[in-house]
Design a protein around this ligand. Structure first.
Ligand code: CO
Length: 387
């Protein structure tokens, strides 16, 4: 284990300026980790492997974030020491056998291209210790209008926008597919507003245009047009709406587990499991995953927003006549065991969109985590690059 960085909690922007003056350099990277309610500023040698330890200045973005709590109790100052390890999962197991507790059940994505876990300071002599493992140094999280976009893959490769589902995130749902696609595409993976690494959604009841605007913001931020787009579930519906409204942006389209013609019974089936108290009681692991993905203080609000959003869906159909205007090559896929959307929706999309291809995957339920990643990623990737 080597010291990777030192984390310092700040209580005002002056303190960030102070370190800029002291070190006579600007941070090489500033990154917001919305889920943790923290804005980070990194000083050091660009985070290159083997470089001297970095310094991470932490700035709370919300009064209820862990850093704000720390500053409130102890004031600004040394917050944590971070040690780099080769295999984080193995290292977590090892320290647990030493009787040292971790603060989260599983490692989670941190700033600056790391997977991280914190150890319980009561078990480590009062020092907050963070273990970090470098992952994909080639994925950069870039901010676009408060939205987090994970950019990876070769600069000169064709662009691919990847959209996750409602209550999901890039890390939670599409990460493993992207690892395959980033070999042949420059991938732009959006976390929708209120989800994962992105800032909160302002509206209490999001409307369809909010999520479509999120996708358009990525095209604007990076100057993309005529790009390949992959969308899962809500992300798939957003991708379809985008292809209808902005045919200039979408060059090729693949959607999975998506529906744009919801009925009341389907809305009830989607809203039912979104009961926060029941989730925590009956599916505590899932509730913890959502809290880790979206932030412990944010995920309940997100669920409430998505319930309101989902209830409005039956009034927001994309009609077959609109789908018929999609002129780009389109691939529709779905599982035949999808608990939310009957396969007739996938078949309906396939029939409505001129020249669309259809794949029904036997035995597959709604969550995209259930696909056979190498096969599915290869098939979708081949379709999207065949331009
Ligand atoms: Co840190």
């Amino acid at each position: 284990m080597t010291l990777e960085h030192v984390g310092i909690a700040t209580s005002s922007p002056d303190q960030i300026a102070l370190f800029e003056h002291l070190l006579a350099t600007a941070p090489y990277k500033s990154e917001r980790v919305e889920r943790e309610g923290v804005q980070t500023h990194f000083f050091g040698d660009g985070g290159r492997p083997g470089a001297a330890p970095k310094m991470e200045l932490l700035e709370a973005t919300r009064p209820d974030s862990p850093v704000a709590g720390f500053v409130g109790k102890r004031g600004p100052g040394l917050h944590h020491l971070a040690f780099e390890v080769g295999d984080l999962d193995a290292e977590v197991e090892r320290v647990q056998t030493l009787g040292i507790r971790t603060l989260a059940d599983a490692p989670k994505p941190g700033a600056d291209g790391k997977r991280i876990v914190f150890l319980h300071p009561k078990d480590t002599a009062g020092v907050l210790v963070e273990l970090v493992e470098s992952v994909r140094p080639d994925r950069q999280w870039v901010e676009a209008d408060g939205l987090a976009v994970g950019v990876s893959g070769p600069d000169d490769a064709p662009p691919l926008l990847v959209l996750h589902g409602a209550l999901g995130s890039t890390d939670l749902e599409t990460d493993r597919l992207i690892r395959v696609w980033e070999k042949t595409f420059q991938v732009y993976a959006l976390d929708f507003a209120g989800h994962g690494r992105s800032a909160d959604l302002a509206a209490e009841v999001p409307n369809w245009d909010d999520y479509v605007s999120d996708a358009i913001a990525v095209f604007d931020r990076f100057g993309l047009a005529d790009a390949a787009v992959f969308g899962f579930s809500m992300g798939g519906a957003v991708a379809l709406a985008l292809a209808v409204r902005r045919p200039d942006l979408v060059g090729r389209l693949a959607i999975h587990g998506a529906n744009v013609q919801w009925d009341e019974a389907e809305v009830e089936a989607m809203v039912g499991p979104m009961d926060v108290d029941r989730m925590e009681r009956d599916h505590p692991f899932w509730a913890r995953r959502l809290a880790e993905t979206h932030g412990a203080s944010r995920w309940r609000r997100l669920v409430a927003q998505l319930i309101a959003f989902t209830r409005g869906l039956p009034g927001l159909h994309l009609a077959d006549s609109e789908l018929a205007r999609i002129a780009c090559p389109t691939r529709v896929s779905a599982g035949d065991r999808d608990r939310f959307f009957d396969v007739r929706h996938a078949v309906g999309l396939y029939r409505a969109i001129p020249g669309a291809q259809l794949q029904i995957i036997p035995g597959l339920d709604h969550p995209i985590q259930g696909v056979d990643v190498p096969t599915f990623a290869a098939e979708v990737g081949a379709f999207l690059s065949d331009g």
